[in-house]
Design a protein around this ligand. Structure first.
Ligand code: ADP
Ligand code: ADP
Length: 228
């Protein structure tokens, strides 16, 4: 499903962020990506949704090599990969419904289809009653649920989460994790970069540790590690 073969990344300023990384992630997996700051976690994640391109090596997502993907195919890839960020990245001038609908408008879904599907995902994240609220009228946890709804609205195979609980209190973080687990149980592959030791140690999923742009550890029911 997602495969990296000997991937290298040197940024234009000369920083070598990825040094020969190879990994295989199967459809339906839940994978935590851990490691110290600057290790290359974000670079790894950005490569998968093609925000960054590798300097060398092969990145296959659903059988397609992203390194060779034509620019005009990128929107189709993005439809198949949802992304959730630490700071939510909701559009402040749009209400909840519009923020989610926008992700379907860019792939030219029909109005009735958008209406039906947005209400479906609002139901999944339990925010049907707040469809007309503006982002600033919501709590952090609610804003993150909206961003998850937006990320799954086009039925992606893969959901990428970059520190999704980084701005949330522990209780709200667990709410978000249970929602992500539900989404994973429905078959969506989840790749989540995190510094949240408690969550990783309690959920016991696959853990990939990255250090110096390489995989330093890959465990089936892993722990956070880096005991401090
Ligand atoms: P992490 O997410 O694990 O903190 P990153 O992937 O963000 O690590 O960064 C890996 C290395 O690449 C770091 O040394 C960082 O400073 C560098 N880096 C990240 N993004 C860029 C960029 N756009 N340009 C130059 N260097 C970058
Ligand atoms: P469709 O609406 O195309 O028949 P499904 O309703 O089975 O498809 O859901 C497909 C995708 O939508 C899932 O992979 C997931 O991303 C999301 N999804 C739908 N329902 C749920 C749910 N109850 N919990 C979590 N995710 C869901």
């Amino acid at each position: 499903m997602i495969e990296l073969n000997d991937v290298w990344k040197t940024y234009p300023n000369g920083v070598m962020a990825m040094n020969g990384m190879s990994i295989y992630i199967q459809s339906g997996e839940f994978v935590y990506v851990v490691g110290p700051s600057g290790a290359g976690k974000s670079t790894f994640i950005k490569m998968i949704y093609r925000e960054e391109r590798p300097t060398r090596g092969e990145i296959l997502v659903g059988g397609e090599n992203l390194a060779h993907m034509k620019e005009r195919h990128v929107p189709y890839l993005r439809r198949n990969i949802g992304v959730v960020f630490q700071d939510f990245k909701l559009l402040p001038s749009m209400n909840v419904f519009e923020n989610i609908a926008f992700a379907m408008e860019v792939v030219e879904a029909s109005k009735p289809e958008i209406r039906r599907r947005v209400m479906d995902v609002l139901d999944i994240v339990r925010l049907k009653n707040k469809a007309r609220f503006q982002p600033h009228e919501l709590s952090g946890g609610e804003q993150q649920r909206v961003s998850i709804a937006r990320a799954i609205v086009n039925n992606p195979d893969v959901l990428i989460c970059d520190e999704p609980t980084g701005n949330l209190d522990p209780e709200t973080s667990w709410e978000i994790m249970h929602l992500l687990e539900e989404i994973n149980d429905r078959g969506t592959t989840i790749i989540m970069a995190t510094h949240n030791r408690e969550i990783v140690n309690n959920m016991r999923k696959r853990v990939i540790a990255i250090e110096n742009g390489r995989i330093s550890r890959d465990e089936v029911r892993g722990r956070y590690g880096y005991e401090s």
